[in-house]
Design a protein around this ligand. Structure first.
Ligand SMILES: Nc1ncnc2c1ncn2[C@@H]1O[C@H](COP(=O)(O)OP(=O)(O)OP(=O)(O)O)[C@@H](O)[C@H]1O
Ligand SMILES: [Mg+2]
Length: 294
């Protein structure tokens, strides 16, 4: 039995195919690195908490530990400890400011395609518990379109694509969308792609960037993207990041904080029915794993 088949059996046995009571899962990605993904993850998390939602950030970045630095919460264990060392899900969630939960993927992500049936079963069962611990699970990915980032993006019902007015960031965002749309496993109907334009200098600039991206996606990929917000270039944000703080916590009235509040409000209000059909962290990992074993 291959891994995909084993996984389907595990899910069937546990009757996990239904998504009722599942957390909403959104994966943050970008074509180009350093555009503000991790900042978006933590600032969204702050506003989601203020709106009464339970949040867990899953750090799928195998490189720099951006999120844990910003949350000032060093995890004791990561996903690897869960899979290989018998740690349970509660032990691998670290709670940061405002009770924002945080899971570090560690090197565990790279080994996800070599799991035995028991390990798979344990992982799926453990992840299912996350649905009770969170209303929203934010997956932060690393820079660039590596294979594993693409797998996460493909497995996600909702994607938040961060772009900036920088021409190369826009080109790279379009390239990522092109790769996505041409992938046979991408389902246009079941995936909601939100775009956030970060580091904008004027409102018109942000609007123009979105309009440009939206138009090429429509024309050449026959797809569409949803504008979820724009974040101004803000020195308060830079200051916060340099002192390893979260601007929305330190200075909730800063222009970038306010913009994140609006963005998060749009996210909360815009839950879409199609995406909801595929939501759930178990679903994300199942499609991730079943494709990895093909
Ligand atoms: N709106 C903004 N205003 C000012 N500076 C910003 C803004 N957004 C992000 N930055 C700065 O850009 C840098 C990169 O941000 P961040 O780490 O969130 O990007 P990233 O996309 O997660 O990077 P990586 O691809 O390396 O993971 C940070 O130093 C941050 O201070
Ligand atoms: Mg990052």
């Amino acid at each position: 039995m291959d891994q995909a088949e084993q996984l389907r059996n595990v899910i069937k046995q546990k009757n996990l195919a239904s998504t009722s009571g599942s957390a909403r899962v959104v994966t943050i990605t970008s074509g180009k690195g350093g555009v503000g993904k991790s900042n978006t993850a933590v600032n969204m998390a702050v506003w989601l908490r203020k709106m009464g939602k339970k949040v867990i950030i899953f750090d799928a970045d195998i490189g720099l530990a951006n999120v844990e630095v910003m949350l000032g919460a060093i995890p004791k264990y990561n996903l690897t400890d869960l899979i290989y060392k018998g740690r349970n899900i509660k032990e691998i969630v670290t709670w940061g400011p405002m009770d924002i939960g945080f899971i570090s993927g560690g090197s565990g992500i790279a080994s996800l395609n070599n799991l035995s049936k028991n390990q798979l079963s344990f992982l799926v069962h453990s992840l299912e518990e996350l649905n009770e611990m969170a209303d929203v699970i934010i997956v932060d990915t690393g820079a660039g379109i590596s294979d594993y980032v693409l797998e996460f993006v493909l497995a996600s019902p909702e994607i938040l694509l961060v772009t900036t007015p920088d021409p190369s960031s826009l080109t790279d965002s379009y390239s990522l969308l092109k790769i996505l749309h041409r992938n046979p496993f991408f389902s246009k109907e079941n995936t909601k792609i939100h775009v956030v334009v970060n580091k904008v200098h004027r409102k018109e600039e942000g609007e123009a960037i979105f309009a440009k991206l939206n138009s090429v996606v429509g024309r050449f990929l026959n797809g569409d993207v949803n504008f979820i917000g724009m974040i101004p270039q803000d020195s308060d944000m830079d200051i916060a990041v340099r002192s390893q703080k979260i601007v929305s916590l330190e200075k909730p009235n800063a222009i970038s904080s306010r913009a994140y509040e609006v963005l998060t409000g749009n996210f909360v209000n815009g839950e879409n029915k199609q995406a909801a059909m595929r939501k759930g962290i178990t679903q994300l990992f199942s499609s991730f794993l079943s494709r990895k074993s093909k």
